[in-house]
Ligand binder design. Structure first.
Ligand code: NAP
Length: 377
């Protein structure tokens, strides 16, 4: 979805805009005076507002403006430096922050729990109060909260304190739900990109190279500055070598039910068996043990969210149950055939009976004892 942005050419030509300007000196003084009496967090927010006050228009993405303002700098490098508010600083928020900070972006973290110490270790600033966070006017607000809490968390943000065209992005593992939520909640001037990095701390332990990153530019304003900011955000993942996959949120959810929800369901089902390593592990068995580790290290909230907020998950769960029943039926049908033959066919004389295979050894369907198992070692 594209929106028009008439200020883009003005920005490039450095003309005076007709829109509201931010460098009204009265505003700046107000911020400075407020900063003197405010708490440290407020002070930080006030400093960020002073920075913002230097920008000519409050509807021009900051990172992009820097490109135009300073021709001496390496344009490509500067354009990519964004201020990103990570909302939800749990397992995944921290995982993403490590890379964001390494790439030179400024990370402002916010979460239900107090992560100030952790954030400081990462080189990020922590804001307990969402008002302070929004007053820092980040270029991008990245929603990394649990699927189940996304709506409540989004509604708790005072979005009126943000710049009028802030870019909102999310990394929720389902996509149609946040797409509809963001479209229904945010002001029309805000840009929206829904994404799903299809990897996590376990699967991307050795880097993000080659791993799929799904994105849908749900709404990006039709002007160079906003398009450039969207590209700068997506470039975070492209630069790490992710396989960039642009697809609609609906298409993502249809695929994700079969890939992600199925994988997590099988992993969690196997975990119920409390499987342990044995001295004769096959490669296949080790794959199963790894699957259990990979899926159960994510929170149950995440798994529950995959089920609750993906329309396709219930059908997948029903198909899985049907598939398990079908396999069982095939085995038991074979067993019944052998039993029936023994019970109802002409009684065998003692010599034939001795030559007949015992029920346990009877071939049922397939190679059950693993003799021909390609994976056996
Ligand atoms: P998660 O359990 O899905 O989410 C944990 C985060 O949600 C924490 O920041 C937590 O805040 C917040 N949260 C939970 N309940 C809340 C509530 N009632 N109110 C406010 N905040 C609440 O685990 P996660 O692995 O960190 O995943 C975060 C998001 O990333 C999810 O949407 C997930 O689908 C997505 N994602 C995860 C992975 C992965 O591999 N883990 C991969 C791709 C995408 P506090 O910690 O402050 O309590």
């Amino acid at each position: 979805m594209a929106m028009s942005c008439s200020s883009s050419m003005r920005l490039r030509l450095n003309l005076v805009p007709s829109g509201r300007r931010r460098e009204d000196p009265g505003n700046v003084h107000f911020v400075r005076r407020a900063g003197v009496v405010a708490s440290p967090l407020r002070l930080r927010a006030a400093r960020a507002m002073e920075d913002d006050a230097r920008h000519p228009f409050d509807h021009v993405p900051r990172g992009v403006e820097e490109v135009v303002g300073d021709q001496e700098e390496d344009e490509e490098k500067r354009r990519r430096r964004l201020t990103i508010a990570v909302v939800g600083f749990g397992n995944y928020g921290q995982f993403l922050t490590r890379t964001l900070v390494r790439q030179g972006h400024t990370v402002l973290a916010h979460s239900r729990s107090d992560y100030s110490a952790v954030a400081a270790e990462f080189g990020a600033s922590f804001f307990a109060d969402p008002h302070d966070l929004c007053e820092c006017h980040p270029d991008v607000v990245l929603l990394v909260t649990s699927i189940l809490s996304a709506e409540a968390v989004l509604l708790s943000l005072p979005v009126h304190r943000l710049r009028r065209d802030t870019l909102f992005a999310d990394v929720l593992s389902v996509k149609e739900f946040p797409r509809n939520l963001l479209l229904g909640t945010l002001p029309e001037e805000f840009d929206i990109i829904c994404t799903h990095p299809m990897f996590g701390p376990e699967s991307a332990r050795d880097g993000w190279g080659g791993l799929p990153f799904v994105f849908d530019k749900v709404r990006v304003g039709d002007c160079p500055a906003r398009r450039a900011r969207a590209e700068a955000f997506l470039d975070i993942f492209a630069r790490e070598g992710c396989r960039m996959v642009e697809m609609s949120c609906a298409e993502h959810d249809a695929h994700a039910a079969e890939t992600q929800f199925l994988t997590h369901t099988v992993g969690r089902t196997l975990a119920m068996l409390e499987l342990q390593p044995t001295p004769i592990n096959t490669k296949g068995y080790e794959t199963l043990l790894r699957l259990i580790d990979n899926t159960c290290s994510d929170s149950f909230d995440l798994y529950n969210g995959l089920f609750m907020y993906n329309n396709n998950s219930t059908e997948l769960l029903n198909r899985l149950e049907w598939a398990m029943d079908s396999v069982k039926k095939k085995l038991f049908d074979g067993l019944h055939d052998v039993l029936r033959r023994q019970l109802f066919e002409a009684p065998l004389d003692s010599a034939t009976a001795a030559a007949a295979p015992p029920i346990d050894d009877a071939p049922i369907d397939g190679d059950l004892d693993g003799d021909n198992d390609k994976e056996s070692e």
